[in-house]
Design a protein around this ligand. Structure first.
Ligand SMILES: [Zn+2]
Length: 378
């Protein structure tokens, strides 16, 4: 049992801003008590710091971390489309040690920027999933593996669910079979959807509806990834559904930008992901900053509250990915980040949510706990 004191904290599902907070953590790594008054013993004290839930990255491909920028200026289809896009050719010919080292670097960058869990679309079937597990042995970060390629039965034994590259590659019958198998086993179903106009148009041509509609109506996915392009009429269908938006990766690849503010108004549970490490850093602080400015540029300063953006890396992905973290409350995992608000680039703080979204950098993350254990310290 240990107690952490922080001068400021974001508490509960609403990320309520509170001052002088003591969080007591059980020896099994769960939050046992959250209180404004100190217990008899306090183990760690952080003055001028903000305690936040550890961030959750809802969409990564950490396996391609070892060829950063190799595809710079390569069009998106030639870069990432399976089976023969540049990325897949490089992955097929890669040495396992290179892939593992890249995965470890990505995990280290995530922890050092406040991220305590991520959901990865892992290529390479069962072998790919096992490489990820072996790479992160002894690394305290939590992860969810959404696999693909191999037979469903084998895949579901080693993965936490399925992450389909595109619903366009599967018939309705195949999508229903995948969905049912995952549900029977209590596993997650996810798919890329409407990342590019081309993918959407192809879906309409092949199946009569967009790939986003098929991902909801046929696959019944827990998580749709991207939705860079989505028709207004489709938004009500997505209400309550998890969507991982990846605005910086979309921008890098030049495929457009997702209508995040419209999704939020439609009741979509928007999460943020950083997508392929080969094209984008897995740093959710930078993702929040980019998103915050992107929506203000497009729809004006009042279109999306900063607190809503913080929920996209905490509360929303925890609910969508069924993780017992994402907010600070008794009974949840003690996955926490301690952020220095006294740094020159942050102080004085007049608006804590805006400061977190637009000012805080990874250098301001002093300490990260996963299950109550210190997983990173600057
Ligand atoms: Zn992706």
């Amino acid at each position: 049992m240990k107690t952490i004191y922080c001068e400021y904290a974001l508490l509960g599902r609403e990320l309520r801003f509170e001052e002088r907070v003591y969080v007591t953590i059980s020896s099994s790594g769960f939050i046992k008590r959250v209180s404004p008054s100190p217990p008899r013993r306090v183990d760690e004290e952080y003055d001028s710091c903000l305690l936040t839930p550890g961030f959750i990255n809802a969409h990564t491909h950490v396996g391609d971390s070892f060829f950063k920028e190799v595809g710079f200026n390569v069009p998106v289809e030639e870069l990432v489309a399976p089976p023969d896009g540049l990325k897949h050719r490089l992955l097929r010919n890669a040495g396992e040690d290179d892939v593992k080292e890249g995965i470890r670097c990505a995990a280290e960058e995530m922890l050092s920027s406040g991220t305590t869990a991520f959901a990865d679309f892992r290529e390479g079937g069962v072998r790919g999933a096992l490489i990820l597990r072996r790479a992160l042995e002894g690394t305290p970060i939590r992860y969810i593996i959404l696999g693909r390629n191999d037979g469903l039965e084998e895949l579901l034994r080693v993965c936490d669910g399925v992450g389909l590259p595109s619903t366009n590659l599967y018939s309705d019958e195949e999508l229903r079979r995948i969905s049912e198998a995952c549900r029977l086993n209590g596993l997650l179903v996810a798919a890329h959807a409407s990342e590019t106009v081309r993918e959407r148009e192809l879906a309409v041509k092949m199946y009569g509806v967009s790939d986003a509609v098929r991902a909801v109506k046929v696959l019944n996915a827990d998580l749709l990834v991207h939705l860079t392009h989505v028709d207004e009429e489709e938004l009500p269908l997505l209400s309550g559904r998890g969507v991982a938006c990846c605005p910086r990766a979309n921008a890098y690849l030049g495929v457009g930008l997702p209508p995040v503010e419209k999704m939020v108004r439609a009741g979509v549970r928007v999460c943020l992901g950083t997508d392929n490490v080969m094209v984008n850093s897995p740093d959710l602080l930078r993702e929040m900053d980019f998103l915050g400015k992107m929506v203000r540029a497009r729809s004006g300063p009042a279109c999306l509250e900063a607190r809503e953006i913080v929920k996209m890396v905490t509360v929303n992905p925890a609910e969508v990915l069924r993780l017992n973290s994402g907010w600070i409350e008794r009974g949840r995992y003690a996955d926490l980040a301690v952020i220095d608000l006294d740094a020159a680039n942050v102080k004085p703080v007049h608006h804590p949510y805006q400061a977190l979204v637009h000012r805080v950098k990874s250098e301001n993350v002093l300490c990260v706990y996963v299950g109550g254990v210190k997983a990173y310290e600057r």
